[in-house]
Ligand binder design. Structure first.
Ligand code: 2M8
Length: 446
């Protein structure tokens, strides 16, 4: 069997094995539920092997959408146990009347990559043609109002008026949970004495606890869940009381790119007013990201909205302008040079020339620990997608090929040690398998 065939077969097997028949668990034991942005990436991978399952994945996720349009960051599988905090801690339907009674969900959000997934699934179906193409188009038209409601929710409830950035009330909402980009705002989160006692379940599923956030960090994560609950998961109230409030450039960039794609789909559905509205969201979000580029480093900076200060830690989120798309060529060139240069993918100590989650030159860099340094293949996928979109095909192809080499050990780890290449976190992580499948399909197309 050729190497890429074996990689694809193994990746497809993982997605099948992590399936409950309805959803794809983010990973077999560490994350036994459906996560919002994982589901979108997983659907992209599934599309290459099984279009009906790709469609089902997003349908199942949107079954957890709240009446106000919010897509929660977790839709819980009632049959799964072993993840903390679960539905009994979130109690969303009790605290907010917009939350569905079933399925049970969390009360916070994840980056809005869903319209990107739908666009990619439509492209795979179109390449196939025939009945699958028709079915997929009909499915996407049916999902469209839900996507629109989600983008409207982010514009209405989460766009910060002063910066134009999307506001997050929990680091989990960024998807880059313990990234050092959040160290300063988390430093101001004071855990109250009434934090309910809890036992961490996550540490049992990794080979070394140093790969996961610390207990101190976890206390803060759970405290913020209590705060959100106390505010009835209401963005207006959280703006008054939340002790963690940040403007996230990466989230905002993803929102810009996804709004653009959704606007094109609205136009295809002959909904010109929606298309104009979505284009507006995209333009405003993109402008907000570009306005937060730090001149000295060239990277975009998040904002601590409670103090107004820019957060300048060198994390991969700083490449947000590349993801937002629409950068003037000379600015894009600067970022591309930075990305491949010695502070990032070109750092001489790296095993593979791939961007780590935090620059090895940053004092906050920790090569083993989660979002503080390891390479995340799913993030590399997002970068290759964005690079293709802005015409940087050669670099996208290089990152793709290197990533496929990185995944050659077939562990499909959640993240990898940037210096040794060792697999870290959960093995058989769904979105890593999904990224590989899409990359392999891309090779086939080429
Ligand atoms: C990680 O986050 C969860 C909390 O949401 C956790 O650590 O328990 C993050 O990597 C997040 O981005 C991802 O969506 C999730 C599931 O893969 O795991």
């Amino acid at each position: 069997m050729s190497e890429s065939l074996s990689l694809a077969a193994r990746a497809a097997y993982i997605l099948r094995d992590n399936s409950t028949g309805l959803i794809t668990k983010a990973s077999p034991t560490l994350y036994p539920h459906q996560w919002s942005w994982d589901a979108a990436f997983n659907a992209i991978g599934l599309a290459t092997v099984d279009l009906p399952r790709a469609r089902l994945e997003l349908d199942a996720l949107f079954a957890g959408q709240w009446r106000n349009g919010m897509v929660p960051h977790i839709v819980f599988d009632p049959a799964a146990d072993g993840y903390w905090p679960g539905p009994a801690q979130w109690q969303c339907a009790r605290f907010n009347e917009d939350a569905p009674a079933a399925p049970a969900t969390s009360g916070i959000i994840d980056p809005p990559v869903h319209a990107i997934a739908v666009d990619r699934i439509l492209a795979v179906a179109a390449a196939k043609g025939g009945r699958e193409d028709e079915l997929t188009l009909g499915w996407a038209a049916h999902l469209y109002p839900k996507l629109l409601a989600w983008h409207r929710f982010l514009a209405r409830d989460r766009t910060d008026k002063s910066t134009g950035l999307i506001t997050l009330f929990h680091g989990w909402e960024s998807g880059t949970d313990n990234s050092p980009r959040w160290d300063i705002p988390y430093g101001n989160v004071l855990v109250g004495p009434d934090l309910p006692a809890y036992t961490r379940r996550d540490k049992a599923h990794v080979s070394s606890v140093g790969q996961r956030p610390t207990d101190r960090e976890y206390d803060r994560y759970l405290w913020l869940v209590e705060e959100a609950k106390e505010a009835g998961y209401d963005a207006g109230l959280l703006r008054e009381s939340g002790s963690f409030q940040v403007g996230d450039v990466l989230f905002t960039a993803i929102y810009a790119a996804a709004s653009d794609l959704l606007a094109s789909f609205a136009a295809r559905l002959r909904k010109p007013d929606d298309a104009a509205e979505l284009k507006d969201y995209a333009a405003q979000a993109r402008a907000a990201v570009f306005c937060h580029v730090d001149e000295a480093s060239g990277l975009a900076a998040d904002v601590d909205l409670r103090t107004g200060s820019w957060l300048r830690t060198e994390t991969v989120a700083g490449f947000a302008p590349l993801i937002a798309g629409g950068m003037p060529r000379y600015l894009r060139q600067r970022l591309v040079t930075l990305l491949t240069g010695p502070r990032w993918a070109g750092h001489p100590a790296l095993k593979w020339p791939l961007p780590p989650s935090t620059s090895p030159c940053s004092p906050a860099f920790n090569p083993e620990c989660y979002w503080r340094g390891p390479v995340w293949p799913v993030f590399t996928w997002l970068l290759t997608w964005a690079l293709h979109r802005s015409g940087e095909h050669a670099l996208a192809a290089r990152l793709r090929e290197t990533s496929l080499e990185q995944l050659g050990d077939e562990t499909y780890a959640e993240y990898y040690h940037p210096m040794t290449g060792a697999p870290l976190g959960s093995l058989n992580q769904s979105w890593t398998a999904a990224a590989a499948l899409d990359w392999l399909l891309d090779g086939e197309a080429a």
